[in-house]
Design a protein around this ligand. Structure first.
Ligand code: PGU
Length: 399
């Protein structure tokens, strides 16, 4: 038979969120009748708001007409790319620098094909598991050592450093994944921190993949919503973003990636040209219906809906933070992000996860699922129905 890709053998069994779902199912099977509430995976729960929804419906209807029909849309509708450049980047990018995707995760997975197996990769520790797993899948990181994947550089983001890594350690001529507002810590990087990141990346020849999937949750107006607010970022960073958490498109699937023309490899070749070539080979464009929805989400009424929807989840975050404060549990996040990062000193994350599940019938995410520095932490997601969040907060007092 055919040989297995050795990279598949390197990756640990069970992606984090399916593993959590499995433990929830096991608990439910043993405790029939238990009403389990999830504050685990960051999955949206609220209906798509009416104006944006009309964009989706209208898009589907157009596809049923001779004049409105469209087929493959490659890098995405030009109008959508123009609107993204306008709404998020003050028109700093041409449409050939903005690529419409079927979501941030999908592009994060595909992007590493640009750099191959030889690249040194650094991640924030803790971080969104796809950066790590994706690096293992392309062979840029090796097998599990018990503490992390071989060859991967974990840059701790802890209370001691304000959840911002030591950027003097960025891998030379390597790749660094940076997420702000952060999943899972909820930390949103300041302008000074991002400036330091860009300076260090330029000095060391590091390419930064900046994940801005939660940018619409930033409430403090002094915090940058994109790395491209920082001078010099066009030469060292590309950015992924998504309609998932902003417009409730987790199931619709729509995102984008900005690859500046200025971004070049060691040999001077264009990263943008390679991404265009690669995308044309492994991707045939996002759903046209989703793109019509995206256009609606980014006009005046749509942007007001994005604000309303994110305000709703941010109120959930406030309730969770308040419930934890009453219990005396220390936590960060939840003020410019939909995640709360709660500390249980001296405890094992999976043990705390099990205790919360058993005593409160609430599903959370254990910090170690995001990296070694997540030990003794639990991530609470603010994505949930209000009644469920209120009930979960009340139940937390059983801890
Ligand atoms: N980037 C970050 C930082 C994320 O946290 C998520 C979702 C994505 C990208 C995915 O965006 P899409 O545009 O929808 O592809 N993180 C969630 C969901 C779990 C998962 O496996 O993606 C979470 O709970 O961490």
């Amino acid at each position: 038979m055919i040989r297995r890709n050795p990279c598949m053998a390197n990756i640990r069994a069970g992606y984090l969120f399916p593993e959590i779902a499995k433990r929830r199912r096991e608990y439910a099977a043993k405790n029939p009748g238990a009403r389990i509430i999830s504050l685990g995976v960051g999955n949206t729960t609220e209906p798509i708001l009416p104006h944006t929804d009309r964009g989706l419906v209208g898009g589907a209807e157009r596809l049923g007409t001779r004049e409105g029909y469209s087929g493959y849309a490659d890098e995405g509708f030009e109008e959508l790319r123009r609107r993204i450049s306008d709404v998020f980047y003050k028109n700093a990018f041409g449409i050939d620098e903005i690529f419409i995707s079927d979501g941030a995760k999908c592009d994060i997975g595909r992007l590493q094909l640009l750099f191959g197996a030889g690249v040194s990769v650094a991640v924030q520790d803790p971080s969104y598991p796809v950066y790590v797993d994706g690096s293992v899948l392309v062979g840029a990181a090796g097998g599990w050592t018990g503490e992390g994947y071989a060859g991967l550089l974990y840059l701790p983001c802890t209370g001691e450093n304000g959840y911002f890594p030591d950027v003097s350690k960025l891998p030379e001529n390597g790749l660094f994944y940076f997420c702000s507002p952060n999943n899972p810590t909820g930390a949103a990087a300041t302008r000074e921190q991002l400036s330091a990141l860009v300076r260090a990346a330029r000095d060391r020849g590091t390419l930064v993949i900046f994940d801005a999937a939660y940018s619409e949750y930033i409430r403090d107006p002094s915090l940058p919503k994109t790395i491209f607010e920082i001078d010099g970022a066009k030469g060292c960073a590309l950015e992924v973003n998504s309609f998932s958490k902003a417009a409730g498109f987790t199931g619709v699937r729509l995102g984008w990636t900005v690859v500046p023309r200025e971004l070049v490899y060691q040999g001077g070749e264009s990263v943008n040209a390679d991404w265009t070539r690669l995308s044309a080979t492994v991707f045939n464009g996002a759903s046209n219906i989703a793109q019509y929805g995206g256009l609606a989400a980014l006009d005046g009424e749509g942007l007001a809906e994005i604000r309303r929807l994110s305000d709703f989840y941010m109120e959930n975050a406030r309730l969770i933070r308040e419930a934890l404060r009453k219990l005396g549990v220390g936590c960060v996040g939840g003020d410019n992000s939909p995640y709360i990062w709660a500390r249980f000193p001296g405890r094992d994350s999976w043990d705390v996860f099990s205790e919360i599940l058993e005593k409160c019938q609430v599903v959370t995410t254990p910090g170690t699922g995001f990296g070694p520095a997540g030990q003794s932490f639990i991530r609470f997601s603010a994505f949930g129905r209000r009644v469920d969040v209120e009930e979960a907060c009340a139940r937390l007092s059983r801890m």
